[in-house]
Design a protein around this ligand. Structure first.
Ligand SMILES: Cc1cc2nc3c(=O)[nH]c(=O)nc-3n(C[C@H](O)[C@H](O)[C@H](O)COP(=O)(O)OP(=O)(O)OC[C@H]3O[C@@H](n4cnc5c(N)ncnc54)[C@H](O)[C@@H]3O)c2cc1C
Length: 310
């Protein structure tokens, strides 16, 4: 509950225009702890640096205020450019996209623009042997995202497209069961949005317990799991679970955000686990940066100290 209040307070302050202007003007140096760069080259450099440490990557082009169909198409084109650039540099592309950024919910020629653009992106990723994960957004988008995920798996195969389930939603265990026939590659997260208590569990202990159940259920079903968390106690429990149930190290991976718990990312990679960092990049870093600050009081202190130092 206190976690929720803190998060809400930070996100409310962050939405204030003067704060946004101040942080945009003076905060880029600080944001670079969480954002790999403003350009494709910066992002691909981060991929190579992490690869040298045995850590895999998942690239995420940041986008804000993408509203018109033309902006959605432009955003999709920028993701396609990223796939081309990665391939040209010998990197098998693995990217995440938010369907809202490419037009989900907007109709064009009788078809959902988000699905149309996602097809272009997943199609190109498949051409390069790559993978696209459909990030999960706030709860009103879950039904459509899961339906579009099902369509894309049908067209391109589960080895080229995955999606995300959030353990804080009451509906999620039923959603996971309903996806089983696709043998889906799923990323399990706790959930990052401020959701009402009518749809999401307010208590962290319940969210954490649901998280474990989801990971174990997906492993027991024999499908690939992306254990996306920085929670050391969950990571320790997952390690015990895989040992006890004979789940092989190539049937799952740990995922963490770029710049967060780098020590733990390296340690897990050294122990022989697959580890993938989620690497955001792009000029629209402000909203992403605010969400990371809102997750942890220590991050807010880091920003305040940095701003005071000038
Ligand atoms: C790879 C990846 C992809 C994600 N994709 C999505 C998505 O598609 N949709 C969605 O809703 N959410 C997504 N999330 C966010 C997720 O839902 C959580 O909000 C976020 O991961 C924090 O929860 P946690 O599991 O780390 O556990 P928490 O219980 O929040 O944190 C556990 C511990 O991790 C550390 N920690 C957590 N966050 C931070 C931080 N910002 N800075 C420093 N330390 C921190 C702290 O030490 C904390 O005690 C994603 C997260 C990851 C790692």
């Amino acid at each position: 509950m206190i976690d929720q209040l803190y998060r809400k307070a930070v996100l409310t302050v962050a939405e204030r225009k003067p704060i946004e202007h101040l942080i945009r003007a003076r905060g880029w140096g600080l944001a670079q702890r969480f954002v790999a760069g403003e350009t494709i080259d910066g992002a691909l450099k981060a991929v190579k640096d992490l690869s040298a440490e045995g850590i895999l990557s998942n690239l995420d082009l940041l986008g804000e205020f993408i509203e018109s169909p033309a902006q959605c198409d432009e955003f999709a084109q920028n993701v396609l450019n990223l796939l081309d650039a990665a391939h040209a540099q010998g990197i098998t592309p693995y990217v995440s996209i938010k369907l809202s950024s490419v037009g989900q919910g907007k109709t064009e020629g009788g078809e959902d623009l988000g699905l149309k653009n996602a097809r272009r992106i997943v199609g190109k990723a498949r051409q390069y042997g790559g993978f696209v994960c459909l990030d999960m957004e706030d709860h009103p988008r879950v039904d459509q995202t899961l339906a579009q995920f099902r369509t894309l798996v049908g067209e391109f195969g589960a080895q080229h497209v995955g999606t995300v389930l959030q353990s804080y939603l009451y509906r999620t265990e039923a959603d996971r069961n309903a996806l089983d026939d696709l043998q889906p590659n799923l990323r399990i997260v706790k959930g990052a949005y401020l959701e009402p208590e009518s749809v999401a569990m307010p208590d962290k202990a319940d969210v954490d317990a649901a998280y474990r159940r989801l990971v174990y259920a997906h492993m027991n079903a024999g499908h690939y799991v992306n254990v996306a968390t920085h929670d050391e106690s969950i990571i320790a429990d997952v390690k015990h679970f895989v040992l006890a149930h004979g789940v092989s190290k190539d049937a799952f991976e740990f995922q963490m955000l770029y710049g967060i718990r780098r020590d733990l990312q390296k340690q897990l990679a050294q122990e022989g686990y697959r580890v993938r960092a989620y690497i955001p990049y792009g000029r629209d870093w402000y909203a992403y940066f605010s969400r990371r600050i809102a997750e942890r009081p220590g991050n807010a202190m880091f920003v305040l100290k940095g701003m005071l130092k000038g």
